[in-house]
Design a protein around this ligand. Sequence first.
Ligand SMILES: Nc1ncnc2c1ncn2[C@@H]1O[C@H](COP(=O)(O)OP(=O)(O)OP(=O)(O)O)[C@@H](O)[C@H]1O
Ligand SMILES: [Mg+2]
Length: 325
Amino acid sequence: MSGAGAVTTARPSATGSAAAPDFPGSTPKLRLEHVRKEFIVRDAAGGRGARKRFTAVEDFTLDVRAGEFLTVVGPSGCGKSTLLDLLGGLTEPTSGRILLDGSPVTGPGLDRGVVFQQYALLPWRSARANVEFGLEAKGVGRAARARVADEYLDLVGLTAFADRYPHELSGGMKQRVAIARSLAFDPEVLLMDEPFAALDAQTRESLQDELLRIWRTTGKTIVFITHGIEESVYLGQRVAVMTPRPGRLQTVIDVDLAGAGDAGPSGDASRTDDGTADHSADDTGGDVRSSALFGRYRHEVWSALHGSPTQAQGAAAGTQEDAHV
Ligand SMILES: Nc1ncnc2c1ncn2[C@@H]1O[C@H](COP(=O)(O)OP(=O)(O)OP(=O)(O)O)[C@@H](O)[C@H]1O
Ligand SMILES: [Mg+2]
């Protein structure tokens, strides 16, 4: 492992008119270019029927490279879901551009799977039929649909609930159905809005590890929104930290946890065979989340959220920060 594990990789957010590429020489999977999103809202002070502009996202510029796992963290109401809706093509930027493989996003597509903050299941369909939804849109036949749906329901631990309707499921179960649905039709890009927030800690941790495994084996590009500082560090190769409303990009923190789960003399327990970081708990009992390196990253994200991106550099592993924004 790297030993000292210095955490000094934050960079300031892009400003100015030119959107310099984050990854020169390659087309990013997703590109946000000076994205601004305004809503027209009621203006109570302006009298009856008055309206005003409300800026939810401001001058947001960021590239996401193909196969990257990017987490986005920011305070409640800072524009995270708005940003995900924009990436999903469900709304359009007021100004700026969003590119997918170099082409402007013009609407939703089967190339992007979205897990919404609020389940968004079809209430008249069973769990299995909800998971089959995207497969139907792709023209997959009935038998194959049922097989794939059952496979993904099994993955999220809901085999016994395949025939239940959404109103017969708990909040966490509904969210797991939504996750299974987004994975089942195999989109290149997964856009996930706090997908594990409603789950108990144990289920959350096992789904986090499952998501990391899926990401490593499929090469999907994942944009994952979370309130959880620890979750952002555990999952993300980079953590994009947003400012309070209107949401701007405060900073992007590179995370490299390779070696963070080392359990002593037995060696480099948290690396996979190909040398990439394996964040999940390993066979030797290494606990990535308890490592000093993990603590330093957590502290850096915490500091960025509190408005001082450089204060973490050289600091001891933080103990005072909250786990959530
Ligand atoms: N359709 C809309 N019309 C008007 N205002 C909106 C609309 N959607 C979102 N907003 C406002 O934009 C801001 C950002 O909302 P958004 O849902 O993106 O925040 P968020 O970061 O996802 O918050 P949370 O962490 O609580 O989910 C909020 O102030 C919200 O009231
Ligand atoms: Mg939200």
